[in-house]
Design a binder for this molecule. Structure first.
Ligand SMILES: NC(=O)c1ccc[n+]([C@@H]2O[C@H](COP(=O)([O-])OP(=O)(O)OC[C@H]3O[C@@H](n4cnc5c(N)ncnc54)[C@H](OP(=O)(O)O)[C@@H]3O)[C@@H](O)[C@H]2O)c1
Length: 219
């Protein structure tokens, strides 16, 4: 990974912590940011010397790539609050537009044919670029399937911005996975919960590149 590239993870809940931990395991320095700086500092201590804790605005200013590991319905406000800091940056959207359905399951909170990737790509600050990634597996599988031997499992990503592809692919590789570009942001719906390529969708499991090719060949 190009050491000059800096990554900030904002929101250190279940998925934020796993993404940070995997990246550090792959020797990628990470900036951790939370509403509670102490929480970020203690996670940085737990992860090790490659993790640094910073206030949210400072973390975003310093980073090239920002991963806001927040709920879908908080992201519009987040983009507004940090519009200046986020301008020109690469924003990685991990969100799944879902909420508990009251029967122990989950329901989609946007239109059937809509995706959070497409909606958010219209809401990001000017000159920022959105990439849909790191939300295609549950936090448990993202942790347990990282650095899989002998063959890495894939992490799908969707992006229209070819300039950011190499960087995102390096991030996914540093996280212990094999990057797999499935197309533009209009393909986000396939890699969000209930999508045919999501762990909590038709695919239903982690897969290798060969298995993806087979799955896509039969789709
Ligand atoms: N959990 C999964 O398996 C999984 C898998 C794929 C994608 N995702 C997606 O990842 C995102 C986060 O999910 P999660 O499971 O990690 O949730 P979580 O464990 O509840 O963490 C969410 C984090 O968001 C921050 N947050 C919560 N309320 C906030 C508020 N009002 N304002 C600002 N920040 C707030 C908090 O971080 P701080 O306290 O550090 O500020 C909290 O730790 C969601 O969009 C979800 O769809 C989750």
């Amino acid at each position: 990974m190009n050491t000059k590239t800096t990554v900030a993870i904002v929101g250190l809940g279940k998925i934020g912590e796993v993404i940070a931990t995997n990246l550090a395991k792959g020797n990628q320095p990470v900036i951790l940011a939370s509403r509670d700086l102490e929480k970020a500092t203690s996670l940085a201590t737990k992860i090790g010397s490659l993790a640094t804790a910073k206030p949210i605005a400072e973390a975003i200013r310093e980073a090239d790539v920002i991963i806001p590991a927040l709920y879908f319905n908080l992201l519009q406000e987040f983009f507004k609050t940090y519009a200046q800091e986020l301008a020109g940056k690469i924003i990685v959207d991990v969100s799944n537009p879902i909420a508990p359905d009251g029967n122990g399951g989950f329901k989609k909170i946007i239109g059937e044919r809509e995706s959070s990737g497409q909606i958010l790509s219209q809401l990001i600050p000017k000159s920022a670029k959105l990439v849909k990634a790191f939300g295609t597996l549950g936090a448990g599988s993202l942790a347990s399937a990282a650095f899989n031997q002998p063959e890495r499992k894939v992490l799908f990503y969707a992006s229209d911005n070819t300039n950011s592809h190499q960087l995102i692919e390096e991030l996914i590789t540093s996280s212990g996975f094999e990057p797999f570009h499935i197309g533009g942001i209009d393909q986000s719906i396939r890699i969000e919960v209930f999508g045919d390529l999501h762990e909590f969708g038709r695919l239903g499991r982690t897969v290798t590149r060969e298995e993806v090719k087979a799955a896509l060949a039969h789709a």
